[in-house]
Ligand binder design. Structure first.
Ligand code: PFF
Length: 467
């Protein structure tokens, strides 16, 4: 097998269309759907956030997802190389570089949180979690003690990164595609069982009300709710793996016979279903036990084990299954994050896949150590507020880099590329849907992203807009 910087003819490819679909879905479904979605939705008031999030997915997410698949499959290169090929010498390539940078930033903290889930799996198995639940201080103290230990979180982050690196090391077919073929069906079964179980606990009607009856003031009073808009946009990008070329990279391993619009719709629908199922799995339990849904990032790691713990032996099994589910979902997404950077460096420096995965994966592990240690960030970054290092990395990448990357990708596919060619490559052809797609890429997506940026940076208010 040739594993050096692959050019066109020897470029790796998915073995099957199903393999590609599962890998793209594996990238989308991850910590974003369970850990991030539940705490951001909880903090942002539930229903209104969910509605804004769905609007962002449908009107911005799916069209940009299509753009990424189309660009990748046509250019057959990584996030940077694709723009260099299709628009040589033009500034669009900045989206590619930002994408590779985002892969480093996101995977650095993603590996930390995924590491926590591994720790939880092992704690359930060894009975450590049972003891924590039974103790007077409870799971909060257990979690706090664990994440503030100087070494332990780094160990679990390291372990998670080793697994991620090994999969990327094995290549597109034997590593990424094979792993996703096992993980994705497992995830689907687990999430459904856990959601049904959680709804049987008695908090289902409150959870439904929380998730599905929006507080309309968010729409009548947008300038007072700017964080919710930015949070919904950022969450849509994060959850769909958009705006950083992950789906350009996965699309580049695709042969011509996949129909892209169907694939894009499939990935987005499954991702959204997973987020809603995760909500239905988490919030009923939260309400059944009278816990505040705005608990924050600890929601999944403190509240749920506490709840599971009170359910006796069944709770232990459910807890184990739950953290296994998150770890597995995180793995398939982490693989796609690492692949964005590996694909770029492999081609750029003509390194082997093996060398690149170890080197880049190793660097990302090191970059994650400050997040693992929970270091604080100076307060002068007022827009970041009081966040620790991990939160700041997440905020910068998800709410700024990804939407900005998506904006540039939309501008490229809408304006920078020849329309006829874009339509042909997308498999839409010159149809109503195809033209609607181009219209969204040209006007809707860029304007909405731009306005949400203006709004959340407070500029609209300064300009005197009072909506
Ligand atoms: N979509 C992943 C999740 O929801 O957890 C995170 C992610 C993966 C973001 C890959 C970006 C990316 F390129």
């Amino acid at each position: 097998m040739n594993n050096t910087g692959l050019e066109h003819n020897q470029r790796e490819q998915w073995a099957s269309r199903l393999g590609f679909m599962l890998a793209a879905m594996g990238s989308a479904v991850g910590l974003g759907n369970i850990w991030r979605f539940s705490y951001v939705a909880g903090e942002s008031g539930g229903g209104a956030f969910l509605l804004l999030y769905l609007v962002c997915v449908i009107f911005i997410g799916i069209p940009i997802l299509m753009a990424e698949f189309t660009i990748g499959r046509h250019a057959k290169s990584d996030a940077v190389g694709s723009f260099q090929k299709l628009a040589p010498g033009r500034p669009y390539v900045i989206a590619g570089f930002m994408g590779v940078a985002s892969a480093f930033i996101i995977l650095s903290f993603y590996g930390v949180i995924a590491g926590w889930t591994l720790k939880y799996i092992v704690s359930y198995l060894t009975g450590q979690m049972g003891a924590a639940v039974a103790s007077e201080e409870g799971v909060g103290a257990f979690f706090g003690g664990f994440i503030s230990s100087p070494v332990e979180p780094i160990f679990w982050q390291f372990l998670f990164m080793i697994i991620t690196i090994s999969i990327v090391y094995m290549g597109v077919k034997k590593g990424i595609e094979k792993t996703n073929k096992i993980l994705m069906p497992t995830l689907a079964v687990l999430v459904i069982i856990l959601a049904l179980y959680s709804m049987s606990l008695g908090g289902a009607s409150e959870a439904f009300a929380f998730l599905f009856s929006p507080d309309w003031s968010i729409f009548t009073n947008p300038l007072d709710n700017t964080e919710v808009y930015l949070a919904a946009l950022g969450q849509a990008f994060f959850s769909l793996s958009l705006g950083m070329g992950a789906l350009i990279t996965y699309g580049s391993y695709l042969s011509k016979n996949e129909k892209l619009p169907g694939a894009a719709l499939g990935v987005a629908s499954l991702d959204t279903t997973f987020a809603i199922l995760a909500g239905l799995m988490i919030f009923p339990a939260v309400f059944a036990f009278g816990i505040d849904p705005a608990e924050g990032p600890g929601l999944v790691f403190v509240v749920l084990p506490e709840i599971f713990g009170s359910l006796g032996f069944v709770g232990t099994i459910v807890g184990l299954a739950f953290f296994f589910l998150i770890a597995a979902a995180a793995l398939s997404s982490a693989v796609s994050l690492l692949e964005v950077a590996v694909a770029y460096f492999m081609r750029r420096f003509n390194w082997t896949r093996q060398k690149t995965s170890i080197l880049i994966g190793g660097i990302i592990f090191l970059l994650g150590i400050p997040s693992s240690l929970g270091l604080g960030v100076m307060d002068q970054f007022t827009y970041i507020g009081e966040r620790d290092f991990l939160d700041s990395m997440d905020f910068i990448a998800s709410n700024i880099f990804l939407p900005l990357g998506g904006l540039i990708i939309a501008l490229f596919a809408g304006w920078g590329w020849n329309k006829t060619e874009a339509l042909k490559e997308s498999d839409f052809g010159d149809t109503f849907l195809g033209n609607a797609w181009i219209f969204v890429l040209r006007y809707v997506a860029p304007i909405v992203i731009f306005v949400i940026f203006l709004q959340s940076s407070g500029i609209l208010k300064i300009l005197g807009f009072e909506l």
